[in-house]
Ligand binder design. Structure first.
Ligand code: SAM
Ligand code: SF4
Length: 335
């Protein structure tokens, strides 16, 4: 039995934790250069949580005060049982859970958009780092942009609000940031720009393509006024209005403007490990406890995890610094 009488989750610094990101798989059909190495080794399937295990843990976290869940990965839609999981977690919407969302690369969105909406998903993030087919194929090491564009159309038709995630990459897509802003504006999408983070080995030096968003906003401001907005979605992005447009511009700036002070998030990997920070290795293993002792064995571990939440991440990107501050890839912890 899940104990509903326990207090909502608060970490050692008094931060209320009410947002859970779940990486449902470490696998992906793309190999984005800033995210993965070309020859990624994925986890054996028996180490990955089953749909039932993820759903049980989600029940437990919702009972302990999680109000927003984002499913991510790897690519969540490569898991064939994902629509069932969304339906299962979606039953909590309006009964403890305020929002269930998804971050996806969009390649399999066309066939899943209706099911997501039917299960209660209303907003999704779709990653798209370039609108140029060849550049998209280069960044993703072989991806086909037409599938993502079809997916976006299906999402729009299904009634899902879309936010595009774009990792800003020096000498790769920096000249597409303004065009992307216009493209999103024309389609009613929001746009969030992300600084590349030093997570996992990627066969390259991240410094080569690191682009501080301070530089990007300076460039945008030459064309459009940017005004900070109080609008928040519970995540790390800080939003701005863009002069003359209706698009909201989000900025995720772990390197140039640390946002840890009001972090409300915890993350569960597809192996059932709880990480309280993307930028730290400390974690608590829920899978072993769940498989050996059921949910009752897991409950005390939540408090242990809360005590692990650090004041801030330790990311920094600098010449000569190790390529990866944390050995785990974003796809394992869930972006
Ligand atoms: N496959 C899905 C996707 O691409 O949207 C979900 C998982 S992906 C890890 C989640 C987000 O993390 C994506 O927007 C991706 O661009 C971003 N990401 C991956 N590696 C990153 C890194 N090292 N630094 C910054 N963002 C990264
Ligand atoms: Fe896959 Fe997403 Fe990582 Fe790209 S960013 S390789 S789509 S998990």
């Amino acid at each position: 039995m899940v104990d509903l009488t326990r207090a909502p989750m608060t970490d050692g610094l008094g931060r209320r934790i009410d947002y859970l990101r779940i990486s449902v798989t470490d696998r992906c059909d793309l190999r984005c250069r800033y995210c993965m190495a070309e020859r990624m080794k994925f986890l054996p399937r028996n180490q990955v949580l089953t749909l039932e295990e993820i759903a049980l843990l989600a029940d437990l976290f919702i009972a302990r005060g999680i109000r927003k869940i984002r499913l991510t990965g790897g690519e969540p839609l490569v898991r064939r049982d994902l629509p069932d999981l969304v339906r299962r977690i979606g039953r909590h919407l309006g009964k403890g859970l305020d929002e269930l969302t998804l971050t996806t690369n969009g390649t399999r969105l066309a066939e899943n958009a209706d099911a997501l909406h039917d299960a209660g998903v209303r907003r999704i993030n779709v990653s798209l780092d370039s609108l140029l087919p060849e550049r998209f194929a280069h960044i993703t090491r072989g991806g086909d942009i037409s599938k993502v564009l079809q997916g976006l159309e299906a999402a729009h038709e299904a009634g899902l609000a879309v936010k595009i995630n774009m990792v800003a990459l020096k000498d790769v897509n920096e000249n597409e940031i303004l065009p992307m802003l216009h493209w999103c504006n024309d389609r009613g999408f929001d746009l969030t720009l992300i600084e590349t983070m030093p997570l996992g080995d990627i066969d390259a030096d991240r410094m080569d393509h690191y682009l501080p968003l301070t530089q990007v906003t300076e460039h945008i401001r030459r064309h459009h006024a940017l005004t900070p907005l109080p609008y928040r979605t519970g995540g790390p992005a800080r939003y701005h209005t863009v002069g003359g447009m209706s698009v909201r511009l989000g900025l995720i700036t772990p390197l140039t403007n640390n946002f840890c002070a009001d972090c409300n998030r915890m993350r569960m990997t597809c192996e059932g490990r709880i990480f309280m920070c993307l930028g730290h290795e400390d974690h608590v293993d829920f899978r072993a406890a769940l498989r050996e002792g059921g949910l009752e064995a897991v409950q005390p571990l939540i408090d242990r995890a809360l005590r692990l939440k650090p004041a801030r991440h330790d990311f920094h990107i600098a010449a000569g610094a190790p390529a990866a501050a944390v050995r785990r890839h974003m796809s394992v912890t869930g972006g």
